[in-house]
Design a protein around this ligand. Structure first.
Ligand code: FES
Length: 274
């Protein structure tokens, strides 16, 4: 059993916390690229920091502090311009590096804007997702994991907010047996109460479970009734990639589940099917 102090050390994700500093060394998916077609400005929280993701009229993506450095208005209401996002209150304009490029109420020859900078983080796109990096420079390369770069496949992306710490979701990934009961037996019960026969339930009792450490995390394995160690659930298993990715799948399709640490009590669950 972890002590309270050990638990906090692993689960607190804000700036300056031990886990928060470690987690900042990784890229996180924060949005589907298609979301910005409908709404070019999206407010979000990542690792305890309130930020705004935007796409300007030139197609540049930016991720900047949610609060304008002038009078703290939320840049969630900002206006995408040719280059950057303009604060709705007094019109200050910020580019994707956080540089202030216009302060319209100043005299035309003022250099005041050169002193102003807002917090900004790098973003990259890959496989239909927007990824952000909040750690120290230089940013590591964005990993080009297989599902993100496959050709000739259909991708489906879903995002939802979970009211729990990211580590709770990751622990769940390393718990093979819950699938038999929660996704199988319990779902049968729920469907039966609605009068529906659930033909796609997870079935079969676990005969064996196993865990293999590897360079990037742990591979979870299972053998259920009707399977052997030559079947994929044991032979290939499900890689859990530190710190926040689960990869599952088989003949019917493959999927990443990203558990993005939003703050200490919320996790953005990104399900990425290919
Ligand atoms: S509050 Fe943003 S420009 Fe004044």
């Amino acid at each position: 059993m972890l002590s309270k102090a050990e638990n906090e050390r692993l689960t607190q994700v804000g700036p300056g916390t031990p886990a928060g500093e470690l987690l900042r060394r990784y890229w996180y998916p924060i949005a589907g690229l298609a979301e910005l077609d409908a709404e070019p400005v999206k407010s979000l929280r990542l690792l305890g920091e309130d930020l705004v993701l935007y796409r300007d009229k030139s197609g540049n993506l930016g991720l900047i502090d949610q609060a304008c450095p002038h009078r703290r208005v939320s840049m969630e209401y900002g206006i995408p311009e040719e280059e950057g996002l303009r604060c709705p209150y007094h019109g200050w304009l910020f580019d994707h590096t956080g540089r202030c490029t216009e302060t319209p109420a100043e005299p035309w020859n003022s250099t005041f804007k050169d002193k102003i900078h807002t917090k900004a983080y790098p973003v990259q796109t890959l496989g239909g997702l927007v990824f952000a990096y909040l750690g120290p420079a230089p940013a590591p390369q964005l990993p080009r994991y297989d599902l993100l770069v496959w050709d000739n496949c259909i991708r489906h992306i879903g995002l939802t907010m979970l009211p729990c710490n990211y580590l709770q979701a990751m622990e769940n990934s390393l718990d093979p047996v819950h699938v038999e009961w929660l996704h199988g037996y319990y779902m049968d019960y729920v469907w039966s109460r609605k009068g529906v026969v659930n033909s796609e339930r997870f079935s079969g009792r676990h005969k064996k479970i196993g865990f293999t450490r590897f360079e990037h995390g742990i591979i979870k394995r299972r053998v259920v009734e009707g399977n052997t160690e030559n079947d994929d659930p044991w032979k290939v298993g499900h890689p859990i990639i530190f710190p926040q990715i689960l990869r599952v799948g088989g003949a019917g399709g493959y999927c990443f589940q990203y558990r993005v640490p939003v703050d200490d009590t919320h996790t953005l669950h990104v399900i990425y099917n290919a």
